[in-house]
Design a protein around this ligand. Sequence first.
Ligand SMILES: [Cu+2]
Length: 102
Amino acid sequence: MIGLLVIMLAAAPSLGDAAETSSIEITRFAFTPKEITVAPGTSVTWTNHDETPHTISATDKTFASKAMDTDDHYAYTFASEGDFSYFCTLHPFMTGIVHVRK
Ligand SMILES: [Cu+2]
């Protein structure tokens, strides 16, 4: 139990530092938040909370997940600055964008 607590504390973001991880939830056929801004090097994790499979597919094809079942995760680390729009290939009306800024 103590070991788990240490891991949880180590994973908690410290105030004042640039975030190194960020989360996007998929619920009711939408990405929340639909638009986020992160620092270069941030790992963004998407989690599918729907009963329906979804994918994360970059418009410019720089990254793409497989079909994610309920509670599946997909993570991608954004190394460089830019605006990265993405969508779900199964439901192309589902769109989102990740802005990467220093
Ligand atoms: Cu979808």
